[in-house]
Design a protein around this ligand. Structure first.
Ligand SMILES: Nc1nc2c(ncn2[C@@H]2O[C@H](COP(=O)(O)OP(=O)(O)OP(=O)(O)O)[C@@H](O)[C@H]2O)c(=O)[nH]1
Ligand SMILES: [Mg+2]
Length: 340
């Protein structure tokens, strides 16, 4: 059932005029319309959220055919350089590529992971590529949700590969793995004996591991790193049925190994699609996303509720002082919230 049916908008009623124009622009592949549409879904204003819901619902049936890839790795591993090389390989092959970012640090620095567009200079200029920095501010969950919506808009605009980049610093990999079909982990050649500093939990997310900088003086170290990673991966339970994560080597500036990476991604994606796993994965992600939206909105409303705010500070102090039991305090707050 579509959003407009559920919100009891009579089906004869057209989309609101601005949204109709925006939808038209997006599905025509107009980059400026796409950029505006993404700005709308990134907005936290309540009226914008309602418009964003209308917009996303209107383009939903034009989404779903893209290959959604997450790319992560520690700072400096070569993510931007790799995406530039992979993206160029894809556009040369006639693909349209969108690159989005989930940057858990952007709220702190005010910067963004793709602020270094210079490392993606060729790709940023290519007419078949669209690069969008991370929405600034907000908690990780919110940024990831907006990036998911931006990805759908890119698909509706005809981009057939959507790459989501995130810097590997903790929770952001999990958030990104939840919005893509395949997760690619980049590792550096010289990481010492701790598997390039990659945590086991993050390794388990990987559908493909790519060792970067396999060139010049670093080639031998890259080969060693790849061997270590292959051994570690063998001990892990595969994430998807019939898909064993490979470990490949690349040199992004020369393009060495890039075509092979894409071939492996494409084969994996075809396998997941043919076995029905993509459909199941995306269905699961969609419901998780819905609950995520509900939880975050409930949280926001709770925190803004005057009835809650009226007693919040005092109750918190009472709990801190051990005068009121946490459970009792929680019940008072929830009752105030629901009876407001
Ligand atoms: N030799 C060599 N250098 C590389 C390769 N890939 C990246 N580099 C260099 O490594 C440095 C970091 O590369 P970036 O692509 O900026 O790395 P990043 O992971 O995007 O870094 P952050 O965005 O800061 O997390 C740059 O100086 C690149 O030129 C590679 O395959 N070979
Ligand atoms: Mg970068």
């Amino acid at each position: 059932m579509a959003y407009r049916d559920l919100v009891s908008v009579p089906s004869s009623r057209p989309l609101s005029p601005e949204i109709e124009v925006l939808v038209g622009g997006v599905v025509r592949g107009d980059r400026r319309a796409l950029a505006r549409a993404i700005t709308l879904v990134e907005s936290t204003r309540a009226d914008h959220r309602a418009q964003a819901a209308e917009l996303l619902d209107a383009v939903l049936d034009r989404t779903g055919s893209a290959v959604r890839i997450g790319i992560s790795g520690p700072p400096g591993v070569g993510k931007s350089t790799f995406i530039e090389a992979l993206g160029t390989h894809l556009t040369t092959g006639g693909r349209r590529v969108a690159v989005l970012a989930v940057d858990p640090t952007s709220s702190r620095t005010g910067g963004s992971i793709l602020g270094d567009k210079t490392r993606m200079e060729a790709l940023a200029r290519h007419p078949d590529a669209f690069i969008r920095p991370s929405p600034s501010g907000g908690e990780l969950g919110g940024v990831a949700r907006r990036t998911r919506e931006a990805g759908l808009l890119c698909e509706a605009a005809g981009y057939d590969v959507v790459i989501v980049e995130t810097v590997g610093v903790g929770q952001s990999e999990l958030a990104v793995a939840d919005l893509v079909d395949l997760f690619v982990l980049l590792a550096s050649p010289g990481g010492g004996d701790d598997l390039q500093g990659i945590k086991r939990g993050i390794m388990e997310l990987a559908d493909l591991v790519v060792v970067t900088k396999a060139d010049g003086d670093l080639l031998t170290a890259a080969n060693h790193a790849a061997a270590d990673l292959r051994r570690a991966l063998q001990l892990m339970r595969p994430k998807h049925e019939g898909l064993t994560p490979a470990t490949l080597l690349v040199s992004s500036p020369t393009g060495q190994g890039i075509a092979e990476v894409w071939d492996v991604i494409e084969a994996a994606h075809t396998h997941l699609r043919d076995t029905g796993q993509i459909e199941r994965l995306r269905a699961h992600q969609a419901t998780a996303w819905m609950w995520d939206e509900v939880r975050s909105e409930l949280n926001r409303r709770f925190n803004r509720s005057p009835a809650v705010q009226a007693v919040l500070v005092d109750l918190e102090r009472a709990v801190e002082a051990g005068e009121t039991a946490p459970t009792a305090a929680a019940q008072i707050l929830l009752e105030r919230f629901t009876n407001k």
